[in-house]
Design a protein around this ligand. Structure first.
Ligand SMILES: *Cc1c(COP(=O)(O)O)cnc(C)c1O
Length: 396
């Protein structure tokens, strides 16, 4: 087997060894239920409180504003459904965007079936939402604005601070899906006037199946899971103590290393983007060139299918992701690439490569060298490319 070159950190990350080490005792020796009175339970409670404080600190929030969930999707569902319940009262209006994660979009579609009106804002060619468009979309019955902090496909960083200021001025709740940004970027819930924020541990070196929803004190949010009194009666269920401890540890490590990691990964990303755009003809970068997540590169290669490219990359041990949803059983290209105005055939030739802290320059160079060969090979087999070359000649 070839060694794996993992360039799909936006899909998930490996759980860091330090994180696994911090979690292990909470499976075996320190297995007490955090709600129990005896010492064994108290140890779990203490570890959980510590994680809660670390996560709160990362956002400039208070520990009691952090509510643990089973990941980003649950946090997104909770924020929207419970806000609709408490503030929409069977109707009302939500403003969101066309490029949100499906955890937001499909929840909005569900709410529409239950009487909530939803505006899905357009974005520009870089994937940016305009704060002015948000302002214009506000209606008297708008109770929630939900705009993601950073897009998971094209990496674009949204003007969250400006949108938050508008929400605050109008007295409307502001939620942001920060699953791609939390722990990677410096986020302040106060500076951005964020009322609710979703995060997920497996996107920043923590375990899968654990995340949290930040809910600002004073926001009236109903419980999502009914049952016991955990999470201040808002999210019942025996706490996932090992997961919570792991998420806390991953956030602690990420915060301590952030400055250096961001600088290194940004430089590596720029090197990748520069080489691909310079050395592979008929290629475009999707998303904003500068205003993007440190590790995100998303390309469209004309005349080929992203899926074919992924298969060839996999044969070389390289993990990436395509811009189409074919893998999930649909032939439609990604809703994000459609929203930035790519024609179908260009969107179909898209490839997302997302870098993490373990990636090296040697790996990036190896991947670009392979990509050049693969794109050329696929184009040589492409009738679209043949037609184009007949009409326009070959580019070099
Ligand atoms: C991964 C992701 C989610 C879903 O998080 P899970 O923990 O996998 O449920 C939601 N939003 C964005 C932007 C994501 O990247």
């Amino acid at each position: 087997m070839k060694p794996i070159i993992y360039l799909d950190h936006a899909a998930t990350t490996a759980t860091r060894p330090e994180v696994v080490e911090a979690m292990l005792p909470f499976f075996t020796e320190k297995y007490g239920n955090a709600s129990s009175i005896y010492g064994l339970g108290a140890e779990s409670k203490k570890a959980m409180d510590q994680a809660r404080s670390t996560l709160a600190e990362a956002l400039g929030a208070r520990p009691e504003e952090i509510y643990f969930t089973a990941g980003g999707s649950e946090a997104d569902n909770w924020a929207l459904k419970a806000a609709a319940d408490a503030y929409g009262k069977g109707g009302g209006h939500i403003i969101t965007t066309k490029i949100e994660h499906h955890a937001i979009l499909h929840t909005c579609q569900y709410l529409e079936k239950h009487g909530v009106a939803v505006t899905y804002l357009d974005v520009d060619e870089q994937g940016l939402v305009s704060p002015e468009a948000v302002r214009k979309a506000i209606r008297p019955d708008t109770f929630l604005i939900s705009v993601m902090y950073a897009n998971n496909e094209i990496g674009t960083l949204e003007p969250v601070e400006e949108i938050g200021a508008i929400a605050k001025e109008k007295g409307i709740l502001f939620h942001t899906d920060a699953v791609q940004a939390f722990a990677h970027l410096d986020i302040s819930v106060d500076a951005c006037h964020i009322d609710m924020l979703s995060a997920s541990a497996h996107k920043f070196g923590g375990p899968k199946g654990i995340g949290f929803l930040y809910i600002r004190r004073g926001v009236k949010i109903r419980s999502f899971i009914h049952g016991g009194a955990q999470e201040r009666k808002r999210r019942a269920g025996t706490e996932n103590v090992p997961g919570i401890v792991g998420m806390g540890k991953a956030a602690e490590l990420a915060m301590a290393e952030r400055k250096e990691t961001v600088e290194r990964i940004t430089a590596l990303r720029d090197h990748l983007i520069d080489r691909v755009l310079r050395e592979i003809p008929y290629t475009r970068l999707n998303g904003d060139r500068k205003r993007r997540l440190p590790g995100n590169a998303n390309f469209s290669f004309q005349f080929i299918e992203g899926e074919s490219l992924l298969i060839l990359l996999d044969m070389e041990g390289i993990c990436g992701s395509s811009g189409s949803a074919c893998t999930t059983g649909s032939l439609d290209p990604s809703h994000v690439l459609m929203a930035i105005g790519l024609p179908h055939e260009i969107a179909h030739g898209s490839l997302r490569l997302t870098l993490g802290e373990d990636n090296t320059r040697e790996q990036v160079d190896f991947v670009v060298d392979r990509l050049k060969e693969m794109v050329a090979r696929l184009r040589d087999m492409s009738p679209l490319y043949e037609d184009y070359v007949k009409k326009n000649g070959r580019a070099h």
